[in-house]
Design a protein around this ligand. Structure first.
Ligand SMILES: Cc1cc2nc3c(=O)[nH]c(=O)nc-3n(C[C@H](O)[C@H](O)[C@H](O)COP(=O)(O)O)c2cc1C
Length: 312
């Protein structure tokens, strides 16, 4: 697979499930990535982990993101059918969450480039010709090792990298610092820039500075059309229909309770910033059935039809 796309939907646990990824497809996202899945849980046959890898037929190309720190376990996990069904694999080396780091996973690997390299080569050997990407942060407390880490990824067999231009210590605070992008871009493999990307101007600037593309996380929530906005493609979105479509997709796989819980946070994102939206979100948050979350949305968009459709 050649890297012939310039936008990625960044993986977000609890958000980038199969339904939301499918919606982003409608707006031209180049690549989607699953929520992170534990390689160990996959190998141990955890049913929930495998179910997380369900996907819609239109969601392609898509990568499965795994986390772990044991090369042999990670290599075994990518040979499981549900993972092998994806077009490629992404390894999480950026997650700053204490529980993950404490187990030696995610951004803990930033502190052990040798082990990180072994994980990358083991997975690459296991997936053969399929593409492999690595997602990491600039570093733990500073960005001193970022360029070397990028080179290590290239030398170990990664086909491209996605870099969140924050340190682990920063978590999600402050702004992403892209000063090192031109140097990281010379590591020998394409780099996708990640962190706070929300406008076409930023997208173009990052491409000018050596990025092969961008990965967008939070700015895509409630705004799947961002991928068309970034690349300058025409789009037209009916927000209510999108909410209903997303909910219906979830309902095909999950029970009503799970669907409702998943949709609550997405509806909050879709209605964010809309005048009168807050009280609808409050009502939705207290709902228990699909009708109880969709009816207030329908009433809201009947009252404010201007908020319902957007196009460029
Ligand atoms: C709720 C949430 C969940 C996330 N889950 C993951 C994950 O599973 N794997 C991962 O590599 N990054 C994860 N991230 C990080 C994002 O992929 C991305 O790197 C980060 O949000 C910065 O990009 P943004 O400013 O475009 O959101 C998560 C971020 C958020 C906000």
């Amino acid at each position: 697979m050649s890297v012939d796309f310039t936008t990625i939907l960044a993986p977000m646990a609890g958000y980038t499930d199969f339904a939301f990824r499918s919606v982003c497809r409608d707006y031209g996202v180049g690549l989607t990535v699953t929520e992170m899945v534990s390689s160990k849980a996959l190998v141990m046959g955890n049913v929930l982990s495998r179910r997380m890898l369900y996907r819609q037929p239109n969601d392609s190309p898509a990568f499965c993101q795994i986390f772990g720190h044991e090369p042999s376990v990670m290599a075994a996990s990518v040979q499981i059918d549900e993972v092998a069904a994806y077009e490629g694999v992404d390894i999480n080396m950026g997650c700053p969450v204490r529980k993950i780091v404490g187990s030696g996973d995610g951004s803990a690997l930033l502190e052990d480039p040798r082990l990180a390299s072994q994980c990358i080569s083991a997975v690459k050997r296991a997936i053969g010709d399929k593409p492999l990407s690595v997602k990491f942060r600039l570093g733990v407390t500073d960005s001193d090792g970022a360029v070397d880490f990028a080179k290590m990824c290239a030398d170990s067999g990664a086909n491209f990298i996605t870099v969140h231009f924050r340190t682990r210590k920063q978590m999600y605070s402050g702004t992403a610092d892209y000063a090192l992008l031109p140097q990281i871009a010379k590591a020998g493999i394409p780099v996708f820039a990640n962190g706070d990307v929300a406008t076409r101007e930023q997208y173009l600037r990052l491409l000018d500075n050596g990025a092969s593309g961008v990965a967008v996380g939070r700015a895509a929530l409630g705004r799947p059309q961002i991928f068309a906005e970034l690349t300058g493609e025409h789009y037209s979105i009916d927000v209510l229909q999108t909410i209903e479509r997303q909910a219906n997709m979830l309902l095909q796989v999950f029970c009503e309770r799970v669907t409702v819980n998943e949709m609550k946070k997405h509806i909050a994102a879709y209605l964010k910033g809309m005048r009168g939206g807050k009280s609808v979100v409050t009502e939705v948050m207290n709902a228990r059935t699909l009708e109880q979350i969709l009816t207030p949305c329908r009433q809201f968009f009947d009252t404010y039809p201007d908020f319902r459709r957007k196009q460029n």
